[in-house]
Design a protein around this ligand. Sequence first.
Ligand code: XIL
Length: 361
Amino acid sequence: MKAKYLIKQACIMLIFMCFIACNNSKIKKENIGLKNAATFPIGTAINISTLLNDAKLQKLQIENFNSITATSDMKMHAILPAENKYNWKTADTILSYAKKHKQRLFGHNLIWHSSTPKWVSEKGEKDSVWLDDFMQQYIKTYVNRYKGKVAAWDVVNEAFESSGGNYRESFWYKNLGKSYIEKAFRYAHEADPNAVLFYNDFNIERDTVKLNAVLDMVNEFKAKEVPISGIGFQMHIRMDIPDEIIAYSLKKAAATGLQIHLSEVDIIFNTHNDERLGGIQNYSVLRDEMKQAQAEKYKNLIRMYKEIVPKEQQFGVTFWDFTDRDSWIKGFFNMKDWPCIYNDSLQPKPAYYGVLDGLLQ
Ligand code: XIL
């Protein structure tokens, strides 16, 4: 009877000790910070005024990240809202934050159809010679100003149609032809020969036709000695995008020998419309099993990046906003979702631990 009692007590004790140990390891892991668990830079895109006005957010940002990207403050409409009126103030604020906290500053972006200010498109449509010259002046002025300070740039963003292999019929393409892309790279390289220069796009992890078109362009650039140094996979993915296709795409892109950046990572449950606004709201509540599945998806993504992309080509992984509270998805697509690694109350989600596990494996 006594022996039975002692065994029972011992079992209770053992369970209790396991519980304490598990909790401790969770606490320890959380305190590590993602950047300390990683062998490559871990970044986040973030709005600087949100960051500077929220002490808790800032603490988490500093603990976890060693690379920073502006969500929109460094795009053309923000830098040059009117002719000859450069606005460096916000970019300078981001730079001093990056310096203060020893974070890499990533420049997003130089040329993107969606951030071209109206005054540029109105003028450029009437005069392509002016536009060609303007693009050169803009890139050189901007890149030169942050020479040695902005480590890398998305030189051209989203130059291919949302799906398939055609160049996007954007304002830039229509007025300058596809050569605007290689010119942009040459101008950026002339202004800062040490900057790492990326071509950045979305859905290339899942749309093989689009990926192949991007890779054809990259190979053409390499043959012509256009100074491209990397491919940015935005990686705005969805829970049902198969890991196998992501792995295949990373492998194919890494075979170019260029730097590979997962530049805008988030993972949604619902289906958004790629063009903007709306989508299919399959889920309006985030259930526990969904949180776990998302953690697994995040972990696999990190694992694939580590295993497939050779070490010397791992430029880093950047999360696009890192809290569900601040994520762009809600506002941009007018759709509820939970794409990030922290929740609305700035608590780490299972997804956070998924990333951490992936990094530590
Ligand atoms: C998004 C910003 O996060 C939003 O705040 C803004 O309203 C629109 O742009 N691909 C990109 C990013 O390359 O620049 C976009 O950022 C998200 C999609």
